[in-house]
Design a protein around this ligand. Structure first.
Ligand code: ATP
Ligand code: MG
Length: 220
């Protein structure tokens, strides 16, 4: 007899900080991953639970896998979720991991505030298109957005843009490139996201993991 306990679960994670910082939460739920994605080339990893597997995807692809049910649940940054829109995703908890902030940064010599005050049209390079569009629209600042896929810090240094919208944690990358944070947009952390259909159909399997993650990620 196959009960609901016999259901296969798939968790989507990205390599690097999300994987590393989710490990202790998995441990709190009694789950250990059988291989290290940094050294293994496998994209599907087993766990100590024969009915739970982990898939390794790009950070920005996690919501897509979960939305379409290719993964039942996943861990994604608020930055990524904001860009995706969150369609088809249930977001029960803030895991308080991979914390940083979304900010506007500009070259140290650029008078950003004055440019904004004078109503100048700003060229802003970013991979966070939605976030940037909403931020500047809410402030009534006219911008030409330039879509990049990484290394945004370079854009103002070579005249591609006046400013950038990017994630900042320590600020050392900005400093190393003579940029300063001129505006805070939002605080960022990673969230647990769950496929809405999976939440209904696999609730018995998912709930204990959600509960363990919730307890383990609560701020001290
Ligand atoms: P990719 O490298 O595939 O383009 P990525 O750069 O978004 O994706 P990561 O660097 O692993 O991938 O970031 C994953 C998530 O971690 C981000 O979506 C964000 O929420 C968070 N994050 C990014 N940079 C930092 C940072 N410097 N400190 C803390 N958290 C961060
Ligand atoms: Mg990165």
């Amino acid at each position: 007899m196959m009960g609901t306990t016999g259901q296969q679960l798939t968790l989507a994670l990205s390599k690097g900080r999300i994987f590393e910082e989710t490990l202790p939460l998995l441990q709190a739920a009694g789950i250990t991953v059988s291989e290290d994605p940094e050294t293994s080339r496998k994209l599907i990893l087993g766990t100590n639970d024969p009915l739970l597997r982990v898939i390794i995807v790009r950070a920005s692809d996690v919501p897509t896998y979960v939305q379409h049910g290719a993964a039942d649940f996943g861990v994604a940054g608020k930055d990524v979720l904001h860009e995706h829109g969150g369609e088809g995703l249930y977001q029960p908890i803030d895991l308080n991991i991979a914390k940083c902030r979304m900010a506007v940064a500009a070259p140290a010599g650029f008078d950003y505030r004055n440019a904004v005050r004078q109503g100048a049209r700003l060229r802003v390079a970013t991979k966070y298109w939605q976030t940037a569009r909403e931020h500047f629209a809410a402030k009534g600042v006219h911008v030409d957005l330039i879509k990049l896929y990484g290394s945004m810090e370079l854009a103002p240094l070579v005249g591609l843009s006046d400013a950038i919208v990017d994630l900042v944690s320590s600020g050392s990358t900005l400093r190393a490139n003579n940029l300063v944070e001129v505006e805070h947009i939002m605080d960022i952390s990673s969230r647990l996201v769950i496929n809405q259909a999976a939440l209904k159909l696999k609730r018995e399997r998912l709930q204990p993991i959600i509960d363990a993650f919730e307890r383990a990620s609560r701020p001290a």
